[in-house]
Ligand binder design. Structure first.
Ligand SMILES: Nc1ncnc2c1ncn2[C@@H]1O[C@H](COP(=O)(O)OP(=O)(O)O)[C@@H](O)[C@H]1O
Ligand SMILES: [Mg+2]
Length: 262
């Protein structure tokens, strides 16, 4: 059970005479129930391409992706995506944005509003369900995007730098909120970030990728999100000796990759 990526490679063809782009080479990855897998790596190392494979937006050039034993061959309601730019419908209020996926599935209005309200409460947006999304702050818009992704009850939540556009304080609060929701809903998560600190704090598993071609070069099992979820304050987790040591180790890996690529 769970998601299994086996020997997946992606080569993007190019239109003109330039050589094709080898975006991913022989990726092996498992995302099991309750896993929070974080992908970290320099820009261009194939993180979004990997997410697109899992989402079914893109087929691998070779290799395979299996979800609960069945081949992934397109998008499905069992995988929901949250992007950095929230991609909400500006003409709809919060409630209808959050209920949108259920509407597409043909769920009747009363029922879909009922489900949506549960997730709106979970994300701390109960006072705003009638607000137009363009009146909300960036952090709140992103919470609407997460609530919308959760309403369809996906097995896996896919997040591509979902907090990248937020200011530092809002971002830390959003990290904590996402961990609490992950814990409550026991989804699997695949989460992309540029921030080493965010990666270490959020994930149960970390993959570090390197570019040209995109490969997984390092893997770590992480204890920190569990520490937070069992009561240690987030700042204390991030200031612990264990956390700082691993942060420096991972930063060294990333810097070495960026220098090699420069
Ligand atoms: N549709 C595409 N066609 C051609 N090349 C692409 C396409 N999408 C991404 N790439 C290239 O593939 C590599 C990996 O891209 P991407 O997965 O977006 O990396 P990341 O998300 O880690 O920054 C990059 O070199 C990028 O320019
Ligand atoms: Mg990307």
């Amino acid at each position: 059970m769970g998601l299994h990526i086996r020997q997946a490679s992606v080569i993007y063809p190019t239109a003109d005479a330039r050589p094709p782009v080898e975006a991913l080479r022989e990726i092996n990855l498992e995302i099991l129930q309750d896993d929070f897998v974080v992908a970290l790596g320099a820009s261009g190392c194939g993180k979004s391409t990997l997410l697109s494979l899992i989402a079914g937006f893109l087929a691998p050039t070779s290799g395979e992706i299996l979800l609960d034993g069945a081949m992934v061959n397109g998008p499905g309601a069992d995988r929901a995506v949250v992007f950095q730019k929230h991609a909400l419908m500006p003409w709809l209020n919060v409630l209808d944005n959050v209920a949108f996926g259920l509407k597409l599935q043909g769920v009747a209005e009363a029922k879909r509003h009922d489900v949506a309200r549960g997730f709106i409460r979970l994300l701390g947006l109960a006072d705003f369900e009638g607000s137009r999304v363009y009146n909300l702050s960036g952090g709140m818009q992103q919470r609407v995007g997460i609530a919308r992704a959760l309403t369809c009850d996906p097995k896996i939540l896919l997040m591509d730098e979902p907090l990248g556009a937020l200011d530092a304080l809002t971002r830390e609060k959003a990290q904590e909120l996402i961990l609490n929701i992950w814990h409550k809903t026991s989804k699997s998560v695949f989460f992309i970030t540029h921030s080493v600190e965010e990666a270490l704090f959020m994930g149960t598993k970390l993959i570090v990728m390197s570019p040209r071609p995109g490969r997984i070069t390092h893997r770590f099992d992480l204890p920190f999100s569990r520490q937070f979820l069992t009561g240690t304050p987030a700042r204390d987790v991030k200031a612990s000796r264990e956390f700082i040591a691993l942060r420096e180790e991972v930063l060294k890996i990333i810097f070495a990759d960026e220098e090699a690529a420069a």
